[in-house]
Design a binder for this molecule. Sequence first.
Ligand SMILES: *Cc1c(COP(=O)(O)O)cnc(C)c1O
Ligand code: SF4
Length: 360
Amino acid sequence: MITATCPTETASDWRRQWREAITDPDELLRMLHLEAFADRVIRPQDGEFPLRVPRNYVARMRLGAINDPLLRQVLPVREERLRAPGFALDAVGDLASRVDTGVLHKYPGRALLIATGSCAVHCRYCFRRHFPYQQETAARDHWQAAIATVRADASIEELLLSGGDPLALATDKLRELTSGLADIRHLRRLRIHTRLPVVLPARVDDALCAWLQQLPWPLAIVLHINHAQEIHQELRTAVARLRDSGAVVFNQSVLLSGVNDSVDTLADLSAALFAAGIVPYYVHLLDRVQGSAHFEVAEATAITIEQALRARLPGYLLPRFVREQAGQSHKTPLHLLAPGQASAARAGTVPATFSAMALK
Ligand SMILES: *Cc1c(COP(=O)(O)O)cnc(C)c1O
Ligand code: SF4
């Protein structure tokens, strides 16, 4: 087993790194020696989804490469302002009204708590680009209501902490939540969906690990990594610490044009994940959110990629290719998306159900 040997950073370090994230597209271009591409970027206005990327993530990008797969995930580009049919603005309109307590219970046995609305990184393909940012969802006032919701429903065996990014919350706050859940007898597992260890590995500090270690439930942590270039020594160390704290660590990706829509890239990703102690779990097809059409990969292409990966990888390194579909009580495997259904989904709005993206 890999053990974490690097000195850990203190909580204030990740807070500071969070605050020092890049938010100016022109500054980002300058850092990467890409000033020549200034006319390709947009400078989000008030009310638009702002740029946000921690310096740690920028450090993984290649200099002078406008097509870098990490840069593409975070750089606001002109294509976002194009209006594509079937790409809806109101991807989470329903969501916001359906989750007064911050708890979504759509899948049997599993309830999802939107622990906070904040993210350390803003992924351009995420439905959150249309989410009212100031509005924190279940945090603070709603904690008690969320806990009561879980307590009152004995069918809930697993609670998923999601967001936004639940690890954006202070560790004390997380501890307060799980203390409130500790005596619920029917709760058998806890799951945390987070991208923070990827973009800000300092978040996995001593306090976080101490909190994880004392949790009374088996623990799954699902990271969000789209490309092997996102995996680096600091992340490996963070993952080793999460594992040492008792978590089983999984990954989900989003299939993104120009980022990871190739067999080689995804095969590489699976290998790099496993080498870092992470098990590939899902590859999500893009949620059709307005402003993200340039990331779309055709379903037929996705099917071809999945088949080729199946022929190439050991079964345990093959992620499940899925799409989130309205009204389903599970993610739909790609091969079960009938061609008719697929085009119906294209014509319709983005699923009013909870978006796969919220699980990053
Ligand atoms: C995706 C999702 C889950 C978790 O699904 P798994 O297949 O167990 O990973 C749970 N609740 C909601 C609302 C979801 O969208
Ligand atoms: S919810 Fe996940 S995918 Fe969306 S912006 Fe936050 S980290 Fe990125």
